[in-house]
Design a protein around this ligand. Structure first.
Ligand SMILES: Cc1cc2nc3c(=O)[nH]c(=O)nc-3n(C[C@H](O)[C@H](O)[C@H](O)COP(=O)(O)OP(=O)(O)OC[C@H]3O[C@@H](n4cnc5c(N)ncnc54)[C@H](O)[C@@H]3O)c2cc1C
Length: 418
């Protein structure tokens, strides 16, 4: 075991150095949401020695609230402009599908695919927004109009007057995704408390000390990678780093369950560049269908209390599906923050973000679907600094640590419905 005096001295020098274990690594990742887990799997496959430190359950931040849509660029193209980000996103469905079939960069063959595609529907005739959307060749090739006889059950009603399109956007079950990403790596995914973490600071950050009762360990690494979502801010503060700046954008999602509902995965086009509503379907812990709803409904619902937000959701579903009787359904509001980089010009990020400062890389994927692109970006930053895989095996030294659980999905927690 390596005990570098210089680093030990940086951490609480009054403590007895002899009790502190030291583990040398290529990389430490903070945060086991989809982004951190994806990166860990990729780096380990390449031979990097790394651990991932998690303060809660895996996916406990935003990931467990995600709808699981592997976006193909639709949202971006709704503005009528196909940006560089839209091209990046457009590549995601095929990149993920390769993983789902066992031929991609990671093995996601055990992930449950809830739907092979998303639908998009317009409430009446084609709007100008739809015209802009179809003007883009990129989107035209990925979207097809669904003949009326093939409409999903929900739209097979004489009162439905809109058009239905099929988009190349698979929808995944986030719980099995987290399991698939974490399973093979669990030996190097460690549960820690934020209060136990003592960071090395200064011009060249070298590591972190996990100062717990069960184990007192200094992890020294060539790079620290912050992928703790909303938690990045607190780590940056402990490190004394003022950049990059993070912003939170809240949402108030709504879940509804009941016998009236059949599974649907669909965006409804409205007047704005955002879908009016995006519905994905899941099951609660009794196997009942749950609609999980975002889009404008969730954006505009931020200022409302939960009662008002449920009322707004009920009204919206009545307007969209007047033939659907949801009177016996149960409703649930799920407020959640999106965490992302804050740009000085106020622009919202539409792509991944990663930047390095004093050996610390701070990153946000912006979208679950973009996790592979974020891993590419972080790998490029490592290579740029000649941080190459050491191929060191470290799992034997980690026996004293506990491993985190995988977060449950919010609508599967029965107490939330009461
Ligand atoms: C309602 C909603 C729906 C969404 N739907 C989709 C969708 O359908 N498709 C899509 O592509 N994207 C979607 N997104 C975006 C997507 O969920 C996020 O971009 C993605 O999950 C972020 O993953 P992450 O790993 O960066 O962060 P998180 O999932 O927040 O993970 C961060 C992890 O870090 C841990 N942590 C916190 N502090 C610390 C610390 N100090 N040390 C160590 N660990 C720490 C947390 O416990 C957590 O496990 C959605 C977002 C929301 C809010």
């Amino acid at each position: 075991m390596f005990l570098p005096r210089a680093l030990s001295a940086l951490f609480a020098p009054a403590r007895r150095v002899s009790k502190i274990r030291q583990i040398n690594l290529d990389v430490i990742i903070f945060g086991g949401g989809v982004a951190g887990l994806w990166l860990l799997a990729r780096l380990r496959k390449k031979g990097y020695s790394c651990v991932l430190l998690e303060t809660d359950a895996l996916g406990a931040g935003q990931t467990r609230y995600a709808q699981g849509i592997i976006h193909g660029g639709t949202k971006y193209a709704l503005t009528g402009k196909v940006s560089e980000a839209a091209h990046t996103v457009a590549a995601m469905p095929s990149r993920w599908r390769a993983c789902l079939s066992g031929e991609g960069e990671l093995d996601l063959t055990t992930v449950k695919v809830l739907s092979e595609f998303q639908y998009m529907w317009s409430t009446s005739n084609l709007t100008s927004r739809m015209a802009g959307f179809f003007a883009s060749k990129l989107m035209r090739s990925r979207t097809q109009q669904v003949p009326q006889q093939d409409y999903p059950a929900l739209f097979k009603n004489p009162k439905f007057k809109g058009q239905v399109y099929q988009l190349d956007e698979p929808v995944l079950d986030v719980s099995t995704l987290l399991q698939a990403l974490a399973q093979a790596q669990m030996d190097q995914i460690l549960k820690v408390e934020m209060s136990e973490l003592e960071f090395d600071t200064g011009d060249s950050v070298k590591g972190v000390r996990v100062h717990s009762i069960a184990t007192d360990t200094i992890f020294e690494a060539r790079k620290l990678i912050l992928m703790a979502g909303k938690g990045n801010q607190a780590i940056l503060k402990k490190l004394g780093q003022h950049t990059p700046t993070m912003q939170l954008r809240p949402l108030q999602m709504v879940a509804v369950r009941g016998e009236a509902l059949s599974s649907i995965y669909a965006h409804c086009l409205g007047a704005s560049a955002n879908p009016r509503i995006t519905i994905t379907s899941h099951t609660d812990n009794k196997g009942q269908v749950v609609w999980y709803m975002g889009g404008q409904l969730a954006e505009e619902g931020v200022g409302r209390d939960s009662e008002a937000q449920v009322e707004a959701a009920k009204k919206e579903l009545t307007r969209l599906f007047p033939w659907l009787d949801c009177s016996a359904c149960e409703w649930l509001c799920l407020p959640v923050d999106r965490a992302e980089v804050k740009f000085k010009d106020g622009k919202r990020p539409d792509n991944v973000f990663a930047v390095e400062n004093n050996n610390v890389i701070t990153a946000w994927p912006t979208k679950l679907a973009l996790s592979p692109v974020l891993a590419d970006k972080v790998e490029a930053l490592l290579e740029q600094d000649n941080v190459t895989p050491s191929h060191d095996e470290i799992s034997e030294s980690l026996g004293a640590f506990e491993h985190p659980q995988i977060a449950s999905l919010p609508w599967q927690e029965e107490t939330r419905w009461n």
